[in-house]
Design a protein around this ligand. Structure first.
Ligand SMILES: C[S@@+](CC[C@H](N)C(=O)[O-])C[C@H]1O[C@@H](n2cnc3c(N)ncnc32)[C@H](O)[C@@H]1O
Length: 195
């Protein structure tokens, strides 16, 4: 399974679809999900995308999109954001899986990463950062987890947690890209390796 974890400041309440940037950069979040899970005219197989929402009023919440089960999701940001909104709304009435392939839980970034360390081992988890080792020199398996920050990056406390757990910093070059652009590059590198 290819998995992505995005640390975000996305809001943890319902938001207006006409104003995604003011919902903790929900536009960025939706763009990242679209880039991670879609190919031209199809969904990728075996991809999980987790976004940890750390914005107000009641953080954290983690929303997961699992491509093997998803239905009625399209690549545009507004559509993806609308599914996040549905997940947040239904979590309010106790539902953790109100649409196929979309899950939500009260899980923090650190809890989620700990789960993935147990599942895959920290040597198969990569923290995407401009100052890391070149991705082209890194051996990767089909089962890999990629951790990224939003426009403000990953806070020091969470970054220290990753480094303490021996999660390697990996770079796609010495230019600072948008998170969604880094996801496209990671997918491309994995695809080129047939993973
Ligand atoms: C716009 S950058 C965030 C910049 C933020 N000012 C910081 O200090 O982290 C968004 C995310 O994209 C990823 N990123 C950006 N450029 C990268 C690069 N050259 N290599 C690897 N990851 C990169 C990182 O995960 C980063 O948190």
């Amino acid at each position: 399974m290819r998995e992505f974890i995005l640390f975000s400041r996305g809001v943890t309440k319902e938001f207006k679809l006409n104003d995604l940037p003011n919902a903790g950069r929900m536009d960025l979040i939706a763009r990242c999900i679209s880039t991670a899970i879609f190919l031209s005219y199809s969904l990728r197989k075996d991809v999980k995308f987790h976004v940890v929402l750390n914005g107000p009023p009641s953080p954290p919440l983690t929303v997961t999109f699992f491509t093997n089960e998803l239905k009625n999701v399209s690549p545009d940001e507004r559509n993806i954001a609308s599914h996040i909104n549905i997940a947040i709304k239904n979590f309010g009435i106790g539902k953790k899986n109100s649409e196929p392939g979309i899950y939500i839980d009260k899980k923090s970034f650190e809890e989620l990463v700990k789960e993935k360390i147990e599942e895959y081992g920290s040597n198969n988890i990569f923290y995407l950062h401009m100052d890391g080792e070149d991705i082209r020199n890194i051996e990767m398996k089909k089962d890999s987890v990629f951790i990224l920050g939003d426009n403000k990056g990953i806070p020091k406390k969470e970054e220290n947690f990753l480094l303490r757990n021996e999660i390697r910093k990996v770079s796609v070059g010495r230019i600072e890209y948008l998170t969604s652009q880094v996801i496209a590059i990671v997918n491309y590198e994995m695809d080129r390796r047939g993973l």
